[in-house]
Design a protein around this ligand. Sequence first.
Ligand SMILES: NC(=O)c1ccc[n+]([C@@H]2O[C@H](COP(=O)([O-])OP(=O)(O)OC[C@H]3O[C@@H](n4cnc5c(N)ncnc54)[C@H](OP(=O)(O)O)[C@@H]3O)[C@@H](O)[C@H]2O)c1
Length: 267
Amino acid sequence: MNGKPTALITGASSGIGAQLAQVFARHGYDLVLIARSGAQLNHLAEILATEHQAAVKILIHDLSHPNAPEVITAQLQQTGIDVNILVNNAGFGSYGLFAETDAGVEWQMMQVNMVALTQLTKLLLPGMIQRGSGKILNVASTAAFQPGPWMAVYYATKAYVLSFSEALATELRGTGVTLTVLCPGPTASAFQARAQMGQSKILQDRELMSAATVAEFGYRALFAGRVIAIPGWQNRFLAWGVRWLPRRWACALVAQMQAPHIEPEVG
Ligand SMILES: NC(=O)c1ccc[n+]([C@@H]2O[C@H](COP(=O)([O-])OP(=O)(O)OC[C@H]3O[C@@H](n4cnc5c(N)ncnc54)[C@H](OP(=O)(O)O)[C@@H]3O)[C@@H](O)[C@H]2O)c1
């Protein structure tokens, strides 16, 4: 790389991850970008090299493959790259009633959203602790704060990310390494199409935040050393507000927000 500090970002081929890559490059970081879509990563790498003189290493991986994190860390070791900042952003959702959704897709989701995030952290954290510096940004969601009927597995994966991140942030105090968990609300990206959420009422009722705004907020929160970072007052109000509701009410509220939107019949 160029001798600048290095940020590794998973899920950098689109949405929040691609915007985080822009923010880190703008602030003088070299990058390791990971996703499956090589063409999109190459295109982004060209832009970051031209506009910000960032050295960018692209690693094409499917993070649902159980050995992907180990292969990634071996590739980093071979090329002598120390990761100063780890951004576990890759993730996806799947919309529908659990009894009817695809079990294979949900297995992949649990691998990408939880297992790969945990393993990459496990493999890269010792080096950070040894160097006495480093930062980890885990991307969860406002979905982490309550159960989510119609996206039951996705909400549960994000509850895992939030719980794991808060616990690890506490363990890391005094090591020189900090951890921030970014919890965006509905954000404009490829997420909704991939999750097949077109019918969900949540998309009819809420304005989507831009991925660039979420990325900028996440970057600032990371450097402010915050543990939980929720962009947008509406998202913060909802995330903290549900704590005062009985859990079955919170569940019923999300069921109502996520249920398919039915157009009223005309005539
Ligand atoms: N958009 C929202 O409303 C929202 C709200 C809260 C939290 N989030 C979270 O924000 C994060 C980023 O999502 P986004 O909104 O930016 O959606 P996005 O535009 O769909 O981006 C998702 C990224 O994850 C990567 N990814 C997905 N599956 C992968 C796999 N098997 N292996 C490697 N990479 C994979 C995708 O790359 P490839 O497809 O090229 O592999 C892509 O770069 C996710 O963790 C998501 O859960 C999103």
